[in-house]
Design a protein around this ligand. Structure first.
Ligand code: MG
Length: 367
């Protein structure tokens, strides 16, 4: 054990980035990413970054509570060797089970610092199972017909062909939006993400409507409320479209329930939903039992999203990448790391996440 990897300092600060088009989904509307960045420093000076994108659906997380919880977790981590990150993550889990985003930010920064200490990329640390350029979908938020088509054309021009269309607020309007995009751009495929907004009947009407107009619907994401696993199972069979469980899954127990009820074909893994280490365990469990994997996020910058891309490169087994939110932001507060080329994410080569970010004046320092 090297004492050089002891955690000596943790900094947490707020980061605000406007979203170019309001991020409207069935459950709400966001006009800016209001996240927190975390930086962990080890005794040898190695520094790693993490990000907290509050996940309000669990424990009502908002930025203030996330910041308080992060400071508590940071105090508990001080003096511990980063190489024992699983032990530290277990401690975080016990201290803050209902604050997954705060745990995620600390865990990411800790692993980034450890990888920089060891001089390896985060994805090679995780095994380098599937290192290649990957294509992401692009999200089209809920908007009027005209704006929906304009956005779709713009992304199409930049090379995107898989459109994750947010639906679930108004079935007829949802069908019209997909129809309009399909007519304008006939070779695109759609993921429809209802964020729990449909009833079973709504969802059937929606899928039938999209099929009638000829739209190519490849995945149906969380059509109904998270508890309605039988609804998800019924919709898989009735529509013939593969179903992705997102809000329904934030723990291994949730995956087991999905398996028992045959409620989904895919699980959407998000590090903010469960914390980073728990997300890795959930992914391994789901995959072992034959579920397919998608990886997505909250509205995040390239720090959290780089970590998720690192999971795809390192662990492998992720079929669908929904890692587009940095492209929806009006600015990029992160230097280095992976890059986008149109819809493609290009792996990075430097140690850890290989990112740098400016520390704000409003920083909280724990040392
Ligand atoms: Mg979703």
């Amino acid at each position: 054990m090297s004492a050089q990897d002891i955690i000596t300092k943790v900094e947490v600060w707020p980061v605000d980035v406007p979203i170019t088009d309001p991020f409207t989904v069935a459950t709400g509307r966001l006009v800016a990413a209001q996240n927190l960045f975390v930086r962990v420093t080890l005794k040898d000076g190695s520094r790693g970054y993490g990000e907290i994108a509050p996940f309000p659906e669990v424990g009502g997380e908002d930025r203030d509570t996330c910041r308080q919880i992060a400071a508590q977790l940071a105090k508990a981590a001080l003096g511990q060797p980063a190489s024992q990150y699983r032990k530290i993550a277990r401690l975080f889990h016990d201290m803050a089970v209902s604050h997954p985003a705060s745990r995620c930010g600390l865990e990411t920064a800790l692993l980034d610092a450890l990888c920089r200490h060891n001089g390896v990329t985060l994805w090679s640390f995780w095994g380098g199972a599937d290192v290649r350029e990957r294509e992401s979908d692009i999200t089209i938020p809920i908007a009027d017909l005209e704006r929906t088509v304009a956005l779709a054309r713009e992304w199409y021009g930049r090379g995107f062909r898989l459109f994750k269309t947010k639906v679930g607020a108004d079935v007829e309007q949802d069908i019209r939006r997909l129809e309009a995009v399909h007519r304008a751009l006939p070779d695109v495929a759609f993921i429809a993400d209802a964020n729990q907004g449909f009833t079973r009947a709504d969802c059937l009407a929606f899928v039938n409507g999209v099929k009638r107009v000829g739209g190519r619907l490849v995945l149906l994401e969380q059509p109904v409320v998270r508890e309605d696993l039988d609804g998800l199972a019924a919709l898989r069979h009735l529509t013939g479209v593969p179903v992705v469980a997102d809000e329904s899954v934030r723990s291994i127990l949730d995956v087991r329930n999905v398996l028992e009820r045959q409620a989904a074909d895919y699980i959407n893994i998000k590090i903010m939903k469960s914390g980073l280490l728990d997300a890795m365990d959930i992914a391994a469990y789901a995959r072992a039992y034959g579920l397919r994997l998608m990886i997505g996020g909250m509205v995040e910058t390239r720090i959290a999203m780089g970590c998720s891309f690192g999971l795809a490169l390192g662990l492998g087994g992720f079929d669908v990448l929904d890692l587009d939110t940095p492209l929806l932001l009006a600015a990029d507060p992160v230097k280095g790391g992976y890059r986008y080329e149109g819809p493609r994410l290009l792996p990075w080569t430097g140690p850890g996440l290989a990112v740098e970010a400016h520390v704000a004046d409003a920083v909280t320092t724990i040392e």
